[in-house]
Ligand binder design. Structure first.
Ligand code: DP6
Length: 321
């Protein structure tokens, strides 16, 4: 009862921030992302009657107990569904540096869900995998699919799942991550999602999301970066304003984050079509077309405060190996 799956992280153009139901990770708004080809996780799961407890290694090292408990809870959902009580050994490898602030949980829970389902002999549709992956990490619902992906918020476990908008080769975009800090985040996204309700700006952001979503859909369909770019910047900023104005406040930016935002504005004024988005951390994701990627990478590398650069294209969804 063993299987192995590979999945990519994703970068959201319209973000998921705030939960309606924390147990099932039912979000307050629909979100849209691109699955990444360079930031990926491979996970092997083996269920065995000989194990007393679930075991987890990440990049060859035994994982901390908090990570093991989170994986165990997720495996329980799959075990329950399959009617199999056995514990599992889970080995996971990332193709990107841990602690670079990349949302590794999306790739991790997409790969874990797919591998565990196959190992348990469950025959699940991609939609069912997306719904299950969502329970482990909200954004993992999107990583089941490749390319450009829409997560329907829905209102309950049955209606909240992702769906593909366009395959990876539909549009050759790049996500160039300028890593400025490698610290672990002080507040988890899970906690942040619960605090969103305390922000006086939450309603304003959700209203803006409703205006941006149809534009983002059209921008992807028409491969129009001048339409997409302002939408993704507006939503990243709105999400961070909600974070900053929550009680207690969540302030993920570093001084370098602001410096990069200003650099992107200057580059764009100078004729380079590049836009920024920022997740729950200080690192800045620069989104541009493949044809402009080398110029953007050269400018980012020239900044002395950027520690490393990770370049991803649009990648495949979950793949069984
Ligand atoms: C800011 O709940 O998916 O990246 O707590 O690590 O599971 P974990 O993350 P998740 O939150 C992701 C939040 C975000 C925005 C997004 O990807 O939509």
């Amino acid at each position: 009862m063993r299987a192995r799956a590979n999945a990519g992280a994703n970068i959201a153009f319209i973000k998921y921030w705030g939960v309606r139901d924390p147990e099932f990770n039912i979000p307050l708004n629909d979100s849209v992302s691109m699955t990444l080809d360079a930031a990926r996780t491979t996970t092997e799961v083996e269920f065995s009657p000989r194990l007393d407890a679930d075991e987890l290694t990440i990049n060859g090292q035994p994982a901390f107990s908090a990570a093991r408990a989170r994986v165990s809870r997720h495996l329980d959902l799959l075990r329950e569904r399959a009617g199999v009580p056995w514990r599992a050994r889970v080995d996971s490898w990332n193709t990107f540096p841990m602690g670079a602030g990349l949302a590794s949980s999306a790739a991790a829970f997409a790969a874990l869900t797919a591998a565990a389902a196959v190992a348990l002999g469950l025959r699940l549709s991609e939609r069912e995998l997306s719904r299950l992956a969502r329970r482990g990490s909200g954004s993992a619902a999107r990583s089941i699919y490749g390319g450009y992906v829409w997560w329907h918020a829905g209102h309950d476990d049955a209606s909240s799942f992702a769906e593909p908008l366009a395959p990876p080769d539909h549009w050759d975009l790049r996500d160039i991550v300028a890593v400025v800090a490698e610290e672990e985040k002080a507040v988890s996204s899970a906690e942040g999602h619960r605090l969103a309700h305390t922000s006086p700006f939450l309603e304003a952001r959700l209203a803006q999301v409703e205006r941006l979503l149809p534009r983002v859909r059209r921008a992807i369909q028409q491969r129009d970066l001048t339409l997409l770019g302002p939408c993704l910047e507006a939503d990243a900023l709105a999400m961070h304003f909600v974070m900053m104005s929550s009680t207690p406040p969540l302030f993920y930016w570093a001084p370098e984050t602001v410096a990069l935002i200003k650099a992107v504005h200057a580059w764009r004024d100078g004729g380079l079509p590049v836009y920024f988005t920022i997740d729950a951390g200080p690192n800045v994701h620069l989104i541009c077309e493949a044809a402009d990627a080398e110029r953007v990478i050269a400018r980012v590398r020239a900044l002395d405060y950027v520690r490393s650069v990770i370049v991803s294209g649009s990648g495949e969804g979950v793949v069984l190996e």
